[in-house]
Design a protein. Sequence first.
Length: 231
Amino acid sequence: MSHHHAPSASETPAKPLRRDAQRNRDAIVAAARTAFSEQGLGASLEGVAREAGVAIGTLYRHFPTRLDLVETLFNAKYTELLIAAEEAAAMDDAWEGFCRYLEKLCQLQACDRAFNDLVSARLPLHVAGREMHERAKEICVQIMRTAQEQGALRSDVTAQDIAFVIWSQAGIIQATRTVAPRAWLRHLHLMLDAFRTQGAHELPEPPLTSEQADQTLATLECNEGDCREQS
């Protein structure tokens, strides 16, 4: 099944660009994709403009904020994540679906530093990206409930526990990127084994509440001197 999302301001249909303007926009997007993938969301927009061969003012005419550029780059990846969630939810074995979805999410994190920043809440999203991300999380919760009903996923695992998978993977991916780029996969499966009902022990601490999770997310978001900077 598929889900449509409302277009953000950056997606609203507009008149076609002149050929030279389209060429500049394409160059900016290509340069940003490389810079953000390698440097994360804090990549210099001045550097992106320089690599694209345009003035910084030209970049801002096409993308008034950093967020506009980020969303243009990553809506496709959020669509891919949502499709993976839907495919996982359709599997008869909910545990396999749960594992497949988390592996896809972490794979997307691993291959792009900026996407790793995005899913670990280092920048807010416009409406379109946020809706796709939230929908993928909702489907993940559905998969978890089914896996718990099937007896494969321990009954005390919550959606907030999945946030810890994403946050821990963000750090592991960044630390091992140039040394052992697939180390995240080993760590993910160690964590998945801990989520299994078989061999589960009582946990010494309760899960985070929704309010605690929101407070934690707030500490992970960028401040003005970090990736929200304009250049």
